[in-house]
Design a protein around this ligand. Structure first.
Ligand code: C5P
Length: 244
C-alpha cells in the first residue's frame, strides 16, 4: 500500500548526486554511466568554473533536475539580479546563505514567479561554537541553525540544507511545507570520509529530509549505478515506513 504511494519517480528524485569532480569531462562521464538510474544532480563551485553551466544546460535539456550549489551572499541588489538570471537558466534548486533577512528577501524577489526553489544554508557544518563566538555569536551551531531555518521559512524561502541531526528539529519547528535537503549521507558499510555526523539514507529520510545529497559513496563506488540504486532502495524503504 505504502509502496504504491511513493512512485519510482519520487524515489529517484529524492537522491541528488553531487558532481564533486574537477572537470566537465569527468562529470559528464559520471552522468552517462549513471544513465536512467539518477535523475537529480548537484553542481558546485568547483565544477562551475570548468563547464558546470554547460553541463547544467545539458542536464536540463535531458530532462534531469539540477541543483546549483552557489551559496550566494551579497548586498540585496546584487543577489536579486543574480537570482533573476539564474532563474532564467531553468534549473531547479539554488543555495543562498540564510544569515540575514535582507539577502533572503532579495533572493525571493529575484526568483519572482519562476519555478526555481531557493534553499538556505543556515550554518556551515565546518563552523564550531568557537568559530561562532569569534563572530560575536553566543548561540550554539544547533540553536543558530534552528533560528535561521525559522527565519528562512517565515520569509518564504523554499527550504534549507541541513544535516540529518538538524533535520528533525527543523521539521518539528516549521512543519511539512518546507524542503529539507540533507548531505552527509553514508549507506551502511561505506567510508565516513570527513563527514563527522553522517547518517544512513534511511535514517535521514525518517528524520524529515525530502532529498539526500550524496557524493563520494556514489562517485567512489566500484559500480556507481549499483551504489545509487542501493541508496534508492533504502529511500523506498524509509518512505514506506513513514507512510505506514
Ligand atoms: O562526498 P559527500 O557525500 O560527503 O558529499 C556531500 C556533498 O554535500 C558535498 O557536495 C558537500 O559540499 C555537500 N555538503 C556537505 N555538508 C554540508 C553542506 C553541503 O557535505 N553541510
Amino acid at each position: 500500500m505504502a509502496e504504491q504511494s511513493a512512485t519510482r519517480e519520487e524515489i529517484k528524485n529524492a537522491l541528488i548526486v553531487a558532481l564533486d569532480v574537477p572537470s566537465y569531462e569527468d562529470a559528464s562521464a559520471i552522468v552517462s554511466e549513471l544513465g536512467d538510474a539518477v535523475s537529480f544532480y548537484k553542481i558546485g563551485l568547483e565544477l562551475l568554473f570548468d563547464g558546470g553551466l554547460r553541463l547544467a544546460h545539458e542536464l536540463r535539456d535531458a530532462g534531469k533536475l539540477v541543483f546549483l550549489d552557489m551559496k550566494l551572499l551579497d548586498i540585496g541588489n546584487t543577489v536579486e539580479k543574480a537570482v533573476r538570471n539564474i532563474a532564467r537558466l531553468g534549473v531547479n534548486y539554488l543555495t543562498i546563505h540564510a544569515v540575514d533577512g535582507k539577502t533572503l528577501r532579495a533572493a525571493k524577489e529575484g526568483k519572482g514567479a519562476s519555478e526555481l526553489k531557493l534553499l538556505g544554508v543556515t550554518v556551515l557544518t565546518s563552523l564550531t561554537k568557537e568559530d561562532l563566538a569569534e563572530q560575536g555569536i553566543s548561540e550554539s551551531p544547533q540553536e543558530l541553525v534552528l533560528r535561521r531555518a525559522r527565519m528562512a521559512h517565515t520569509i518564504g524561502i523554499d527550504g534549507v540544507i541541513a544535516s540529518g541531526l538538524e533535520a528533525r528539529a527543523i521539521r518539528e519547528a516549521v512543519g511539512s511545507d518546507f524542503t529539507i535537503i540533507t548531505p552527509g549521507i553514508r549507506p551502511v558499510g561505506s567510508a565516513a570520509n570527513d563527514q563527522a555526523r553522517a547518517m544512513t539514507p534511511r535514517d535521514a529520510i525518517l528524520a524529515g529530509a525530502n532529498h539526500l545529497v550524496v557524493g563520494r559513496p556514489v562517485l567512489n563506488a566500484p559500480d556507481r549505478k549499483i551504489a545509487a540504486l542501493a541508496i534508492q532502495d533504502e529511500i523506498r524503504d524509509a518512505f514506506s515506513t513513514l507512510k505506514q
